[in-house]
Design a binder for this molecule. Structure first.
Ligand SMILES: Nc1ncnc2c1ncn2[C@@H]1O[C@H](COP(=O)(O)OP(=O)(O)O)[C@@H](O)[C@H]1O
Ligand SMILES: [Mg+2]
Length: 259
């Protein structure tokens, strides 16, 4: 039975897609069967592997709307690694569902059945999300077991981080479902700046008080690598195997999957 992880944070640019695609690429390297499910209309998970989002004829939006099964929209990226892509179609989804609640009486249960099926075929299902807490995020919360919350130590970072965790807990209470917040991940961290060190400490403090794990491994800010990835059109961990960013991702993966 596969494990389901999702990244969630209601902000863009905090490294959700980078985190998810790099962990997926490392898991596939280790021989696991991995499915990435993209639920963000920007389709950045496709771009991370050199695919063009709007060239996918069928996407996760078709799965949400009950038109297609997940395996009918899935494409292969590499050995052991598949992607159920998203593109602009996703941007109409909320409107289509909320204006037809008679057709979709359980609007937060549109994705969960497909993910349950996928767990039979994959060791890991990793769900990427849009930068908003809306219909899609609710569906992802209802479909996942484990959550990774990226934290970038920039201004307003801690408040935004706390707000998302509280929103997740409220949603769970209302839906009667316990998603495990597997942990918070410090992303794009520069340990040399005192601002980052201070903010990391505040975030760690909050997590400790609320019994949320904050992973020891931090993903460092690496401008050189971010641009290399943009040009190579594949996840950083596949570009240069000996780099401090890649080492960090390997260590983080061990922490996340408990090895
Ligand atoms: N470790 C890193 N160091 C520097 N830049 C990074 C790092 N990780 C990601 N980025 C860059 O940050 C930007 C946002 O990352 P992304 O994963 O797309 O965030 P999100 O999915 O939350 O919007 C991208 O341009 C990406 O290349
Ligand atoms: Mg993204």
């Amino acid at each position: 039975m596969g494990k389901v992880f999702a990244v969630l944070m209601n902000k863009g640019g905090v490294g959700k897609t980078s985190l998810l695609t790099n962990l997926a690429a490392l898991l596939a390297n280790r021989g696991e069967r991995v499915l990435i499910v993209d639920t963000d209309g920007q389709g950045n998970a496709s771009l991370a592997f050199g695919q063009v989002p709007n060239q996918h004829a069928y996407t996760v939006a078709d799965v949400f709307l009950g038109k297609l099964k997940l395996d009918a929209v899935t494409v292969n990226l590499a050995d052991g690694l598949d992607l159920a892509p998203a593109n602009d179609d996703m941007n109409m989804l909320e409107f289509q569902v909320l204006t037809k609640l008679k057709t979709y009486p359980k609007p937060f249960q549109l994705l969960a059945p497909a993910i349950r099926e996928a767990r039979e075929r994959y060791d890991y299902v990793l769900i990427d999300t849009p930068p908003a807490m809306g219909l899609v995020a609710g569906n992802v919360l209802a479909a996942t077991d484990h959550l990774l919350i990226p934290f970038v130590p920039e201004v307003f970072g801690v408040q935004g981080f706390i707000r998302v965790i509280e929103a997740i807990r409220e949603f769970e209470e209302q839906q009667g479902k316990a998603t495990q917040i597997e942990g918070a991940v410090g992303m794009m961290v520069d340990q040399r700046t005192s601002l980052h060190r201070e903010m990391m400490e505040q975030a760690r403090d909050y997590c400790e008080r609320n019994r949320i794990q904050f992973f020891d491994t931090l993903i460092p800010r690496s401008i050189r690598f971010a641009s290399a990835t943009a040009y190579a059109r594949k996840p950083a961990v596949w570009v240069d195997k000996n780099n401090r960013l890649v080492d960090a991702y390997r260590k983080l993966l061990d922490e996340v999957i408990g090895e």
